[in-house]
Every structure is written in structure tokens, then in C-alpha cells.
Design a protein around this ligand. Structure first.
Ligand SMILES: CC(C)(COP(=O)(O)OP(=O)(O)OC[C@H]1O[C@@H](n2cnc3c(N)ncnc32)[C@H](O)[C@@H]1OP(=O)(O)O)[C@@H](O)C(=O)NCCC(=O)NCCS
Length: 177
């Protein structure tokens, strides 16, 4: 649906689930992702959640599969879309570790920002990232995000407390505007 130079963002399909399941059970990906504490996940549960979601009807949310060279390598999307404030929270996880540090992340983030600002008429996109996730912070900075604040030692991650950094980008200051 959204086409970059090397990265495509499209809807997630049921065929993506076995690879998504492997990503969700990769501790390094889970720790970097910074969401809930790592918890094992069954493929059956992932499939059941997908099927329940589809059976519920309605439209898919702003959640995308990240595809590189025709391969599903991770997911990204916008959540907490606020129609009044015109804001959304960005999330991304490239689960295929072979694909880290090759510029795919920043390309996916730029595609998402273009989607947010140009196609969804949003005004501000923001996110939380662990302060020790230097790769993610570099990719976000390269896409126009700036640090807006931090909660000190807010997160227990991998045996220690780390700061939670909030970053954001306004449409007016976005390089692609
Ligand atoms: C975070 C993520 C989306 C970034 O995508 P990516 O394709 O790996 O990142 P990019 O190649 O676009 O950019 C990485 C930047 O970090 C730098 N970098 C790469 N490896 C690094 C490392 N080990 N430590 C610090 N910086 C590193 C690169 O040099 C590059 O910055 P530069 O262009 O200024 O030199 C991806 O790595 C990922 O999904 N990781 C796992 C989950 C995660 O961390 N999600 C984010 C949660 S907030």
C-alpha cells in the first residue's frame, strides 16, 4: 500500500503470522521493542487473536507489515489516533535481525510519517523509546523526531532500570512536508 525505495508497508495477512510469532518470541527483539515484559506467545494464540479480530468486522487499523524484497520482516503502525488533537503514537519492530541497521527502519518510519501527515491529516506523531535503544533513537532522529522529555528510570528492562524517552515530530517541522 505504501511504497518506498526498498520498503513496502501493507496490511498484515494470516500468512505473516508464523514469522511474526518467531519475532514475538525473540528475546532481543522483545527487549528492544520496549512494550510489555517478554512473555512467551503461542502461534495458536496469535492466530486466534487474528481470526477474532477479522471476525469482529470493521476496518483494519493503521497497522502495517514491513516488507523488504518480498519478505515480511516486521510491523509498524500508528496507535492512539486522536481525532481532536490530530495526534498519533508510532510503533515499529523489525523482527528479522538480519535487517537491522540497513536503513529499512528509517524508511518505514518516513513512509508512516508521510501516511500520518499527508494521507491522514495528522499534526503530531510521538513515541516512547528506551534510552538505551541507540539504534532506534538514531533512526527516529534521522526521520525528524526530537527528544521532548524523559521519565527517569521508568522502565525495568533486562536486569536494570532505564529512562523512557519521549520523542515527537510536528507536521510543520517534518522534513518531508
Ligand atoms: C529500531 C529499528 C526500527 C530501527 O530500524 P533499523 O533499520 O535497524 O535502523 P536504521 O538502519 O534506519 O538506522 C539505524 C541507526 O542506528 C545506528 N546504529 C546501528 N546499529 C547500532 C548500534 N548497535 N548502536 C547504536 N547505533 C546503531 C546506525 O548507524 C543508524 O544511524 P545513522 O544513520 O545515524 O548512522 C529496528 O532496529 C528495530 O525494529 N529494532 C527492534 C525493535 C525496536 O527496537 N523497536 C523500537 C522500539 S521504540
Amino acid at each position: 500500500m505504501l511504497q518506498g525505495e526498498r520498503v513496502t508497508l501493507r496490511g498484515i495477512t494470516r500468512d505473516d503470522l508464523p514469522r511474526l510469532w518467531a519475532f514475538n518470541n525473540d528475546l532481543a527483539v522483545e527487549l528492544a521493542g520496549g512494550g510489555d515484559p517478554p512473555i512467551p506467545q503461542a502461534l495458536e494464540r496469535l492466530r486466534a487473536e487474528f481470526d477474532r479480530d477479522v471476525a469482529g468486522g470493521g476496518r483494519d487499523g493503521a497497522r502495517f507489515a514491513i516488507e523488504v524484497d518480498g519478505r515480511f520482516v516486521g510491523q509498524c503502525g500508528l496507535a492512539a489516533i486522536e481525532e481532536t488533537h490530530r495526534t498519533a503514537m508510532l510503533g515499529i519492530a523489525i523482527g528479522d535481525r538480519e535487517c537491522w541497521g540497513r536503513g529499512y527502519g528509517r524508511e518505514a518510519v518516513r513512509l508512516l510519517l508521510d501516511y500520518a501527515f499527508r494521507l491522514r491529516n495528522l499534526r503530531r506523531v510521538w513515541l516512547w523509546v528506551h534510552a538505551d535503544n541507540a539504534r532506534a533513537i538514531a533512526a527516529y532522529r534521522a526521520s525528524g523526531f526530537v527528544e521532548e522529555g524523559r521519565l527517569r528510570e521508568h522502565v525495568w528492562s533486562n536486569g536494570r532500570y532505564v529512562d523512557a524517552v519521549q520523542m515527537g515530530v510536528l507536521r510543520a517541522e517534518w522534513p518531508g512536508a
